[in-house]
Design a protein around this ligand. Structure first.
Ligand code: PXP
Length: 265
């Protein structure tokens, strides 16, 4: 009799592990910084997000400290009981901070001083020489390394070559197409297909597949329903909805939509 159980894949996550939600709470700090004050506190936000069912808390410690600051990261490390994901530029300063703070995941992103939010994927292929020692140092420090890249096979292969364990694929193009032309538009379907092809490649190379950027309550199903997606990272839509329904409810609702879409596959 043949064994019909699915074969475990290389990324060491058992088949059937439910999709997870990492909540990006940078925007809570953005509101605080509007008054250079003490509230709202991103640490409170992390607790509320956890109570709503977040599987991870993500913060981007930017070079200019425009929202999250070093003290936030230190306090979050003490308080957060789920995974702490530190989004960061691949600089010596940030690597040193990550090695001190020891988040579960370091998410390497490109960073521009004038951008409103992260604008595109990291050019892993073009920056091999600079990224290689940073990725090695983080891994040697016991930190899982994720790279935020476009759904481009060349970038995915470069990420594997450099030892990244996770690819976070940029869903911004999908979100833009969806918003501009609606869920049934060819453009949104084409962008979703690129993400789906990236999932297949990332997993065949033995890495985990995460995704994020521009996902919201309306478009999230299209990405959560792709088999093999491990984790979604969502910030703006959740914090925006939290203004009206509270952060705990906003997180619970997003996770419900993700889990339903994922289970429907
Ligand atoms: N993933 C990465 C790498 C990001 O830079 C961001 C934005 O900070 C997100 C996910 C979340 O994007 P959004 O705020 O649009 O949900």
């Amino acid at each position: 009799m043949t064994d019909s159980r699915p074969v475990a894949r290389k990324d060491d996550v058992p088949i059937g592990t439910p999709i997870e939600l990492g909540v990006n709470i940078d925007h809570v700090a953005t509101v605080r910084q509007a008054r250079r004050g003490h509230e709202p506190d991103p640490v409170w936000a992390a607790v509320e997000a956890e109570l709503g069912g977040a599987d991870g808390i993500t913060v981007h410690l930017r070079e200019d400290r425009r929202h999250i600051n070093d003290d936030d990261v230190r306090r979050l490390r003490d308080i957060v009981q789920v995974k702490l994901n530190l989004e960061m530029a691949a600089t010596d300063e940030m690597v040193a901070i990550a090695l001190r703070v020891r988040p579960e995941t370091a998410m390497l992103v490109p960073e521009g001083r004038n951008e409103v939010t992260t604008e595109g994927g990291l050019d892993v292929r073009g920056q091999r020489a600079t990224l290689a020692p940073k990725i090695r140092a983080l891994r040697d420090g016991g930190i899982r390394v994720s790279v935020f890249i476009d759904a481009d096979p060349a970038q995915i292969e470069a990420a594997r070559d450099l030892g990244a364990q996770v690819c976070e694929i940029h869903t911004g193009p999908y979100a833009h197409a969806f918003r501009a032309q609606g869920r049934d538009a060819d453009a949104a379907a084409a962008e979703r297909a690129k993400v789906a092809a990236a999932v297949a490649l990332v997993r065949s190379l033995g890495m985990r597949f995460n995704a994020g950027h521009g996902l919201n309550y309306v478009n999230v199903g299209g990405i959560a329903s792709i088999p093999g997606v491990r984790e979604l990272h969502i910030g703006h839509a959740i914090v925006s909805r939290a203004v009206f329904v509270g952060l705990r409810n906003a997180v619970t609702e997003m996770k419900r939509l993700m889990r339903e879409a994922s289970a429907g596959t």
